[in-house]
Design a binder for this molecule. Structure first.
Ligand code: FMN
Length: 225
């Protein structure tokens, strides 16, 4: 239930349903990049699923994190089960050209069924880990499990934060210009709230500010150099 605080709707998250809290959260943290995660189970069967609670978190060691929530019945998703069993995964980029396939791979197929074949994407052998990469994605991050941080209980909405150490990356020539990865060439898609996605957008540049001595307040002479 929303309170009215002047021009704001204010939501007390201690009283909100899990569903309502989720809806407000995902519409507020936007746009979210989508990790397209490939794993294998203990028998080598491949699995593929998208995760938008995803980001880079450290550069030394280079680590990424994504969040894998519990299923509505409280059980673990295949991606988490596979990573717990093998300690390895690959994060592939989600781009405009494969947005339909990324979305299709999010269907709850039973354990042991490979989304690669079902959604029509091509497995490509990895260099440092067993799970294959997605050939159609332009960027692949081969990861070894660093740590799993549990959030909440084994209940709907409870999640495992999967932190992966990036062992190596592959970047397709087609997204490079002068050796740099270019957003305009990568054409990533991102998640918004509801069932909305984002593509495109306007790129602009800002220089990082440099603090000059004359910018500091006069009453803090010790910080002047
Ligand atoms: C764009 C997109 C983003 C998603 N982000 C997440 C997420 O961050 N965390 C999560 O647990 N599920 C997320 N899902 C749902 C999973 O992809 C879905 O539960 C999938 O079936 C899990 O597959 P698995 O059981 O093979 O691991 C997302 C789905 C889509 C389409």
């Amino acid at each position: 239930m929303a309170l009215n605080e002047g021009p704001f709707h204010s939501h007390d998250f201690t009283k909100l349903s899990v569903r309502d809290a989720y809806r407000i959260l995902v519409a507020s943290i936007v746009p979210r990049p989508i990790a397209f995660v490939s794993t294998v189970d203990e028998n080598g069967v491949t699995n593929l699923a998208p995760f938008s609670f995803f980001n880079g978190v450290s550069s030394n060691p280079t680590c990424i994190v994504f969040s894998c929530s519990r299923m509505p019945d409280g059980s673990k998703k295949d991606t988490l089960r596979n990573i717990e069993a093998t300690g390895e995964f690959v994060v592939n980029t989600s781009e405009e050209a494969i947005a339909e396939e990324v979305n299709a791979a999010s269907a709850a197929y039973p354990h042991g069924v490979s989304e690669f074949a079902i959604v029509g994407l091509t497995p490509l052998a990895s260099t440092w880990v067993r799970p294959p990469r997605v050939a159609e994605s332009a960027i692949h991050m081969e990861c070894r499990l660093e740590k799993i941080v549990e959030i909440g209980e084994d209940s709907p909405g409870g999640s495992s934060l999967i932190i992966g150490r990036v062992l190596g990356m592959h970047v397709a020539d087609r997204v490079l210009a002068e050796g740099e990865i270019r957003y305009e060439k990568l054409k990533p898609v991102a998640r918004l709230g509801r069932d909305e996605w984002l593509r495109g957008g306007e790129v602009f540049r800002l220089r990082r500010p440099q603090i000059a001595a004359h910018d500091l307040p006069a009453d803090r002479p010790s910080e002047k150099k």
